[in-house]
Design a binder for this molecule. Structure first.
Ligand SMILES: [Zn+2]
Length: 326
């Protein structure tokens, strides 16, 4: 019997489960709603019972489990294996999740933040397969980011490294909830696009077909902006181009700092596919230094919403496996 690692991805809406064998193939997966109303105990219990259910369904007794990887939103204390807080799950504060899940499943566990887990998932089984230096940017409410170098996630000296979304691209620019000004994610996340379009319409009184969408929906997102842009809306085109421009700046900075094989993009803004990647690649090449051709490839993530789940299980293989996994 070959071993498996369990991946558990804890989200505000769903808890996802997968079994990953040592060859990095998914043996089974499953998801259940996050019982946020049941409090921290109920959520932890759902994580344990869901994993047992999946093992059962795959005909495994539990003795085959090499380790458990947990991907969670943060902030987290990775060394202690503790969730400091999850904004979407009220009361989920200072929970020693690694120990609780490990005890519940009788196997060693590792806790990883969800953006890092997604990066590791793409590196092991997705668009990053075969690369040695890879960066993943998840363009959602903010920018989630993970950096993998030779199979290892970059954490920094204090566990707070690899926060690409909070690199400063505009000194004295827009204030960010992190306390800095001009962070990349204030200009180029899925939410940032909608926020900027809204400001141009409401404060600057600019004309746009997006004004109607804003009135009926109450907000705007990256998909709204892209759709209006494709229908010929000038303001939407301006908003889109600005976000792509800032993202290209971020990519050139990553290229200078890390020389990655690949930068992969996931999240709401990446759903635009070629509408994002074509202008982004063009801007990246334009801004890139001229002393050598760009060698870094920009590409879409390929695992979709499963990246964090697979990466969590992959993190467990890295920590508790025989060291064969890349
Ligand atoms: Zn910031």
């Amino acid at each position: 019997m070959t071993g498996v690692c369990i991946g558990i991805d804890l989200g505000g809406t769903f808890i996802k489960f997968a079994l990953l064998d040592e060859g990095m193939s998914v043996r089974g997966k499953f998801q259940s709603p996050t019982p946020a109303e049941a409090g921290p105990d109920g959520v932890v219990e759902a994580m344990i019972s869901g994993a047992k259910k999946l093992l059962d369904r795959e005909g495994l007794s539990g003795g085959e489990v090499v380790g458990v990887g947990i991907g969670s939103p943060g902030p987290l204390d990775l060394d202690a294996g503790v969730v400091i807080g999850i904004p979407n799950i009220p009361g989920f504060v200072n929970i020693p999740l690694r120990r609780l899940v490990s005890e519940g499943l009788g196997a060693p566990a590792v806790l990883e933040n969800d953006a890092n887990a997604a990066a590791l998932g793409e590196y092991l089984c997705g668009s990053g397969e075969g690369t040695s230096v890879m960066v993943m940017l998840t363009l959602g409410t903010g920018i989630g980011s993970g950096i993998v170098i030779d199979g290892r996630l970059v954490r920094g000296a204090h566990g707070i490294g690899a926060e690409v979304g909070h690199t400063i691209v505009e000194p004295e620019g827009e204030p960010c909830p992190c306390g800095q000004r001009g962070c990349l994610e204030r200009y180029t996340s899925a939410s940032a696009l909608g926020r900027y379009a809204r400001r141009l319409i409401e404060q600057d009184r600019r004309d746009s077909s997006l004004a109607d969408v804003l009135r009926s929906k109450g907000n705007l997102d990256a998909a709204d902006v892209n759709e209006a842009r494709k229908a010929g809306d000038d303001l939407a085109a301006e908003v889109w181009d600005r976000a792509v421009g800032y993202l290209a700046v971020g990519c050139v900075n990553l290229a200078r700092l890390l020389d990655p094989d690949l930068i992969v993009f996931g999240g709401g803004m990446a759903k635009a596919g070629g509408d994002l990647m074509e202008p982004l690649t063009e801007q990246f090449k334009r801004l890139h230094w001229s002393i050598a051709e760009p060698k870094t490839t920009l590409a879409l993530a390929s695992l979709g919403n499963d990246a964090g789940l697979i990466g969590a299980a992959g993190a467990a293989w890295k920590q508790f496996g025989s060291g064969e996994s890349r």
